[in-house]
Ligand binder design. Structure first.
Ligand SMILES: Nc1ccn([C@H]2C[C@H](O)[C@@H](COP(=O)(O)O)O2)c(=O)n1
Ligand code: ZN
Length: 157
């Protein structure tokens, strides 16, 4: 009898690759972010990427930053982590202790939202805003609220 395959990808890699796949849907020309929420039974609950709110045409959207807040993408885009939570159609109770896999370390607004949704762990790929005020606040929120965070990497193909 042939033995089973053993060189399968890990759960971490599986969920992070789902987050990366979601990020490929983002129309943001500068930073594409994907998030995948997995529960403690290794089930994917939801995925999301950074994009405009429903109804705001993302093809016509000004995807840049601007001095005038009216024309700055940051004031319109829904972040990947928030979208992953909002896309979930089940009970929020399911998120208790779940892990979010995200391609970029969460901002402080998303950190608050993740805490409030019951997320227990953040696993991220990139932390390109490490050390910025927003990033430090985010880490402070996660630490103080008992949400653990760790970085992982994906092997190049
Ligand atoms: N954890 C994060 C951080 C940022 N985003 C989104 C918001 C913007 O679309 C983009 C950041 O743009 P940048 O300031 O780097 O030009 O990424 C997110 O979804 N989740
Ligand atoms: Zn955010």
């Amino acid at each position: 009898m042939p033995g089973k395959r053993t060189d399968v990808i890990s759960w971490d890699e599986f969920f992070m690759r789902a987050a990366v796949a979601a990020s490929l849907r983002s129309k943001d020309p500068n930073t594409q972010v994907g998030a995948c929420i997995a529960d403690t039974n290794h089930r994917i609950l939801s995925v999301g990427y950074n994009g405009t709110p429903r109804g705001l045409e993302d093809d016509e959207f000004p995807w840049g930053t601007a001095e005038n807040p009216l024309y700055d993408k940051h004031n319109y885009v829904i972040h990947a982590e928030a979208n992953a939570i909002l896309n979930y159609r089940g009970s929020l109770k399911d998120m208790d202790g779940a892990t979010v896999y995200v391609t970029l370390f969460p901002c402080h607004e998303c950190a608050k939202t993740l805490v409030q949704a019951g997320i227990g762990e953040v696993v991220y790929l990139d932390d390109k805003y490490d050390g910025t005020e927003d990033n430090l606040i985010s880490k402070n929120i996660l630490d103080r609220c008992g949400v653990s965070w760790r970085q992982m990497s994906l092997a190049a193909e």
